[in-house]
Ligand binder design. Sequence first.
Ligand SMILES: Cc1cc2nc3c(=O)[nH]c(=O)nc-3n(C[C@H](O)[C@H](O)[C@H](O)COP(=O)(O)OP(=O)(O)OC[C@H]3O[C@@H](n4cnc5c(N)ncnc54)[C@H](O)[C@@H]3O)c2cc1C
Length: 396
Amino acid sequence: MDFRFTVEEEAFREEVREWLKKEIPPRWIELDAGLWEETEESWALSREFQRKLGQKGWLAPAYPREYGGSEMGHIKRLVLSEELNYNRAPISIEVEISVNWAGQALMLFGSEEQKREVLSKVGRGEAIFCLGYSEPNAGSDLASLQTRAVEDGDSWVINGQKIWCSYAHYADYCWLGARTDPDAPKHKGISMFLVDMKTPGITVRPLINVLNRHSFNEVFFDDVRIPRENLVGEENNGWYQLVMALDFERSLIGTAAAHQRFIDELVHYMIEAKGKGERFADDPLIKDELAEIAVQNEVLRMMCYRIAWMYSQNLHPSYESSMSLLFSSELLRRIANVGMRVVGPYGQLDTDSKWSVLKARVMRAYLASLSIGVGGGSNEIQRNIVAMRGLGLPRQ
Ligand SMILES: Cc1cc2nc3c(=O)[nH]c(=O)nc-3n(C[C@H](O)[C@H](O)[C@H](O)COP(=O)(O)OP(=O)(O)OC[C@H]3O[C@@H](n4cnc5c(N)ncnc54)[C@H](O)[C@@H]3O)c2cc1C
């Protein structure tokens, strides 16, 4: 088995690295906004960067050219994603949501008009999506969602409440799941909609995350009237579309590269730092723990490659995506735990302290890692999927 990239793919990696050296704004590096830590300033920088990526056809690389992509093969897309993640380029979950989760689902199920209208803006970095899935009484059991969409003449009228909607306060569109047949079995009465977030009747209220930042929202729909043609795909077939979109959500291919950057930083810190006159790197226990997470990250890398390869073969990763998300989120927690031991009590100090270590990144990752095993479905739900779809075990 040969896991090497081709000469052309390696040359492309170099091209991306060179481009990133020029294009990642110095201020972005200074701000060092990690996952779920956006501020108005970091958000503005990242949106500008994303538009530049869009102009190169690298924001939605696998999309057709007419939608702002460059029809890039999935292995090359993997190389691009590895470089963006390792170099901490100004892209975050909003790009995944818009391009690879909602956008990818729209590519499969949307009408030509919906794709022309929305995907070309997404591919150029001019529009982003939020996901309208979870509700106060529908999280893991998402098929219990109660937001209603009722047909009325040329419109659908939507009423209900969504929760934990990441970036809804910035989003141009919502990829919304709503109940269209309350009498059908719960998985069979749901439809998916494309909702313009500027439509009257939508209220977005902030929820503050574990990092004390505004990344999620509650979204209320009060008699929100959207055009009839904004139904995506077949009425009452939304559960199928939603599950496909969730598989896309769980099939991140750049996570091992992001984790690798974190591991590399911890290793460099260990080599340079000293405590009581001894190099941290000489501590045999921490050395073992770092070696262990390095091995596990290599396993994750193979999972990412498997998913990219499946896409390249026109296969749809399903339980494979859940496996990868589960492993990746638990590994991030392990890395953050080991990291907290490496940086010690100083690791708890935020960037406003002169004694803070590694720009408080370890502490911030430690907190953010609590969310990673919940968003996109909790780790227990990923285990259930691997058991049922992967191992063929019964549902109950
Ligand atoms: C960072 C982040 C971003 C998010 N972004 C979005 C977003 O953009 N849009 C959106 O709609 N939602 C979003 N969510 C919400 C997310 O999808 C839900 O939080 C998640 O599905 C869990 O639902 P819940 O919070 O209602 O927990 P619950 O479903 O109430 O689960 C509570 C606990 O019970 C366990 N549990 C539940 N059912 C089972 C079962 N069958 N087997 C075993 N264990 C079970 C769960 O694992 C969990 O530990 C986000 C969440 C996070 C953390």
